[in-house]
Design a protein around this ligand. Structure first.
Ligand code: ZN
Ligand code: ZN
Ligand code: ZN
Length: 376
């Protein structure tokens, strides 16, 4: 793997722009603002991620009435200042023994409607509702699903080097022995390699051998991998705060004719879906294209999930490539294309790349070979 320069840090200006965009979208959507608890939205908007998410209320408030304001427990104020470094962000702290919900009620429109981040704990949302009985709330991901969907150049760079690291992990693991080892041992290897190649966090290492491959999210277990198995390898995590997620299906020893055939169908579907990517095409069209290839080959019933999901500061987020999602693709969006065929009791095949939308088409961030690789 060629070494890649670390990304430039995000600037206070980047966060100011994101917070302004978020508030603008909320107001445009008829809301009075946005409240954001610790989690991916807060990281994306401010760069701040508390070391531990606790019962103490931490909340970013975006309303037209005041500059972006982060409400934090007094004891965590130094952590916040160290990360956000002032910028356009106001910080209000609250001390143990005082009522933070009351403090919030003094900042928000008493009968306003607000988007609230998905990661807000119910205890906090209930506390806000009790303190401000006239306020109403909608889920941020429901009302503003595309808030984080279009990536800027720095975000794209992070996603691309995360993909390079995932590709390096795959290129390494296929040279190692599979037969006679247990799924969880391969999973451990994948996690270690992802970290070696630069990931700070590993989110999943699916190793589905033989019949276990027919379960798309199979948790790697104690099954001993055998010659003749198909093995689905699906792994990813975060590198410089941005996600990787790739899947390849390998054959342990010479593949059966059925495996060769099914793998070829999935690869054709994945390629067709990739070629359909360009700005303006609705998300569901990418799903339709992949599904048509698999359905025409007679396996439509065995493709049991959507074709893909967005990726950014998390490994699963909007946009979703699924029937019914008419959101048009825009340049800068990043998502997986991951059709699969799952044959219960026998094997599964899935092929997944992260793809970004360019001005005229799509570009894969994962670039390992997609042919059926034979491993030892
Ligand atoms: Zn998944
Ligand atoms: Zn995956
Ligand atoms: Zn995925």
């Amino acid at each position: 793997m060629t070494a890649h320069a670390p990304p430039k840090p995000f600037t206070a200006g980047d966060y100011t722009t994101r917070m302004a965009r978020a508030l603008g979208q909320a107001l445009h959507g008829g809301l009075d603002g946005m409240i954001v608890a610790p989690g991916p939205d807060l990281v994306w908007l401010t760069g701040y991620e508390p070391t531990a998410v606790t019962e103490r209320l931490t909340l970013l408030i975006l309303t037209p009435r005041l500059r972006p304001t982060l409400l934090v427990p007094t004891l965590e104020r130094p952590d916040v200042e160290a990360v956000t470094g002032g910028g356009g962000l106001g910080i209000v702290d609250w001390a143990d023994g005082t009522d933070p919900y009351h403090l919030v009620s003094e900042l928000l429109k008493p009968d306003g409607q607000f988007a609230v981040s998905d990661s807000a704990w119910s205890v906090h949302l209930l506390g806000l509702q009790a303190a401000m009985p006239q306020t109403r709330y909608v889920a941020l991901s429901r009302r503003l699903p595309m808030l984080r969907a279009v990536k800027d150049a720095n975000e794209l760079y992070r996603l691309s080097i995360a993909a390079v690291a995932a590709d390096a992990t795959y290129d390494e693991i296929v040279g190692w022995r599979f037969a006679g080892r247990r799924e969880h041992e391969i999973a451990t290897d994948l996690a270690r390699l992802l970290r070696e190649f630069g990931h700070e966090q590993v989110d999943f290492t699916v190793v589905g051998s033989g019949p276990n491959g027919a379960d798309p999210h199979h948790e790697a277990g104690y099954r001993m991998i055998q010659p003749g198995d198909a093995v689905v390898l699906d792994f990813g995590g975060l590198m410089f705060g941005y996600g990787s997620d790739t899947t390849r299906t390998v054959s342990v020893g010479e593949p059966s004719l059925d495996l060769v055939r099914v793998h070829d169908i999935v690869r054709t579907a994945q390629q067709a879906a990739f070629e359909a990517v360009r700005p303006g095409v609705p998300c569901e069209e990418i799903d339709r294209v992949a599904r048509a290839v698999i359905t025409d080959a007679g396996y439509g019933e065995r493709f049991i999930h959507r074709t893909g999901h967005g990726i950014g500061v998390t490994t699963h987020e909007p946009p979703y490539l699924v029937h019914g999602e008419d959101q048009p693709l825009e340049a800068g969006m990043c998502f997986s294309i991951e059709p699969g065929i799952y044959l219960p009791g026998r094997f599964g095949v899935r092929i997944e790349d992260i793809v970004t939308v360019t001005g005229s088409g799509g570009e894969r961030l994962n670039n390992t070979a997609r042919d059926l690789r034979v491993v030892g």
